[in-house]
Write a protein that binds this ligand. Sequence first.
Ligand SMILES: Cc1cc2nc3c(=O)[nH]c(=O)nc-3n(C[C@H](O)[C@H](O)[C@H](O)COP(=O)(O)OP(=O)(O)OC[C@H]3O[C@@H](n4cnc5c(N)ncnc54)[C@H](O)[C@@H]3O)c2cc1C
Length: 392
Amino acid sequence: MTVSYWMDRSGNNKINADVVIIGGGIAGLSTAFWIKKEDPSMKVVLVERYQIGDGATGRNAGFITCGSVEHFNRLVGKHGRDEAALIWKFSEENLRLLKEHVIQESGDELLFENKGSFSLASTNSEFTELKSSAKLMESFDIKVEELDEVAIRQRLNAEGFVGGIKYIDDASIHPLKLLHKMKEKIEQLPSEVTFLENNEVYSIENKGDNKLVKTKHAQIEAPIVVFATNGYSAMLNNFFADKIFPTRGQILATEPVPRFMEGPCYANFVLDYFRQMPTGEMIIGGFRQLQKDAEIGYSDQTSDTIQAALEEFLHKHIPPVRKAKITHRWSGIMGFSVDGQPMVGAMPTDPQLFFVGGFTAHGLGLAFHSGKCLVDTLFDRPIPSFISARRF
Ligand SMILES: Cc1cc2nc3c(=O)[nH]c(=O)nc-3n(C[C@H](O)[C@H](O)[C@H](O)COP(=O)(O)OP(=O)(O)OC[C@H]3O[C@@H](n4cnc5c(N)ncnc54)[C@H](O)[C@@H]3O)c2cc1C
């Protein structure tokens, strides 16, 4: 967005802060939470273009899964055994931190379930990969269980899969309720975070030793600016243009039916996914591989091709919802990083500009811990190299 001289009312609302966070999704709120935990005296302003949760965080499928966008054997192939194990443990710690600091006793209210998740194979070759992943994971004491076709029918009521594995410790949640609970927790901390919703940041300028963050309605001056702007980051700073790629994901939801599934499932090399909510609704997403080019960019739309593929998947693989009415269809923009791992820390181009994002379809499984690491970088503490924003 550009703002004309005539529109600019920012001069009437000048704010000073220690840190400005841009973005009201799980990355921005996690960062605000950990800054306040670290030093309640710091003045934090969080600026969101629309409302808290209107980005990917309020549009995702609610899987809190460990690991990354690929099967563990591929993660090992790319990063080596030791780093792959660290990546997995990083996301396990994310869930532990979420449970300790945010979910706490509110599990039912947030529709939180910690009953594991499944990866299902519709071909023998994918099942072979899953079995080799399971063996590798067991060698790191990661809890997994192998399932054959019969077990999948019995426990998930799903058809057309030759086998799969269960990740015992994974979880699922209502993602927007989780975010609102996080905001509530931030508001309970000793000093306030100022939330400026409906304020799109359109420029960040240098002002003396500080940065001046401008929206149409406010000017915020601070020494530190954190981009928690996910797939939209390149719209604000060209540094991200070849590092964080805006990638659309689509979902549909059905009316509730009696519960029939043990837990949430991925299929087709983690590209497609489905889960039944504790309240009975079915959520199905994925198939962006069908329109790779169209699914890159910022437009918040669904496409007939992908929605039809989601419906076909539902009919083919999940018999108990074949007749269920489809109630919602939506899309959201994810931030994919070059290597699939998050990017956290100061930008190499400017030590006062920080970034936390690039969760590549796994923000619920990574962002809370990443926000904590971002705060480590603010206080000059080391963070794991596989998430460092300086690695590219
Ligand atoms: C369809 C779909 C399904 C998904 N399923 C899952 C899942 O099951 N599990 C999982 O872990 N992850 C899933 N993801 C990914 C997950 O949603 C993201 O990784 C996560 O929400 C990213 O959080 P974020 O805070 O980085 O980004 P966002 O939630 O997108 O927040 C970024 C915010 O920045 C704001 N912003 C951008 N530019 C500006 C500006 N100039 N000024 C002010 N504000 C600005 C945006 O409005 C937005 O609210 C899914 C994503 C999609 C789209």
